[in-house]
Write a protein that binds this ligand. Structure first.
Ligand code: ATP
Length: 298
């Protein structure tokens, strides 16, 4: 289990991380979100022991992270770190050995992963000859070759097509089953919704939303009613107290309501229309992110 406790990091006078705490249990996928410059990379660097926090601490299975346990951590960072003149095999062996694996035993594992990601034919090709997506797969294999206790994934799906995203997702779920604690960061909210049960949203290094995704959605309150039908009394719906707005989304009418108590009022207005859809849905994480992060700039 990873515990991040009250970390603070300044660059000069700029507070990049402001009293951040969270926990990632074994087998949990945790989302670390925030707009550009919010402090995610800085947090990752502190967790990986690459830079020191001004205060606070980071514990992996109760131990401070130092060189003795960095080989239990895997990471796919936003700025890629492949040695492009090496071949795929040399690169993966290099990372494996760095992480304490036996060079003689490692090749079997490498072969397994290359086959799984359909890149066996690139085994003896130089990294720089590979496409961006295939380099990304190598980056991922480098991060997990040692079956890490903690895996940090910063935009891991960049450059991958949907088939390869699925392959990588399946591998991540397997690691989750093995008990790896996973921190996942992406600006693409659908991935976070897909993957993370718990998350934190940072604004200027400070957590403004944190907890389980389910709870965050409930606490947000605002819901959307999706409607499809003929003769919908849109003006009357707009005038209902608690209706925040109406818009067209993919051929349907989306009615944004303040909270779930407004829903029955809308239903009573439309029940005599020719409706083919009435669905009260939770807000998306994207909506919550924009409301919480955007609001702070206003
Ligand atoms: P992005 O989504 O764009 O990658 P981020 O959330 O990872 O952003 P950080 O890179 O952690 O954000 O940056 C947090 C703050 O710290 C920003 O204000 C940034 O300018 C500053 N910062 C980051 N690295 C350094 C550094 N090496 N020296 C000085 N300031 C830095």
């Amino acid at each position: 289990m990873l515990k991040v406790k009250n970390i603070v990091k300044y660059y000069g006078n700029n507070k990049a991380v402001d009293n951040l705490s969270f926990e990632v249990k074994d087998g949990e996928i945790f989302g670390l979100l925030g707009e550009n410059g919010a402090g995610k990379t800085t947090t990752f660097r502190i967790i990986m022991g690459l830079i020191e926090a001004n205060s606070g601490e980071v514990l992996l299975d109760g131990k401070k992270i130092d060189y003795s346990i960095t080989d239990k951590i895997g990471f796919v960072t936003e700025e890629r770190s492949l040695l492009t003149k090496l071949t795929v095999l040399e690169q993966l062996k290099f990372y494996g050995v760095l992480k304490g694996l036996d060079e003689r035993l490692i090749e079997k594992d490498i072969d397994k992963w290359l086959e799984r990601f359909s890149i066996t034919s690139y085994k003896n090709r130089k990294i720089k000859e590979l496409s961006k997506g295939n380099q990304q797969k190598i980056q991922f294999i480098s991060a997990i070759i040692n079956h890490p206790k903690l895996l940090i994934l910063d935009e891991p799906f960049t450059g991958l097509d949907p088939i390869n995203v699925k392959m990588m997702k399946d591998a991540i779920y397997e690691l989750q089953k093995e008990g790896t604690s996973i921190i996942f960061s992406s600006h693409q909210m659908e991935y976070i919704e897909d993957f993370c049960e718990k998350l934190v949203i940072l604004v200027k290094g400070h957590p403004v939303v944190s907890g389980s995704l389910k709870q965050i959605k409930e606490d947000f309150g605002i819901k959307n009613i999706m409607l499809r039908g003929e003769d919908l009394p849109l003006d009357k719906i707009k005038a209902v107290k608690g209706v925040l707005g109406i818009s067209k989304v993919k051929g349907e009418i989306e009615v944004k309501i303040k909270d779930k108590n407004v829903a029955p009022k809308i239903f009573s207005l439309i029940k005599n229309s020719n409706i083919t859809k009435y669905d009260v849905v939770e807000p998306t994480l994207n909506e919550i992110f924009i409301a919480k992060v955007g609001g702070i700039h206003e």
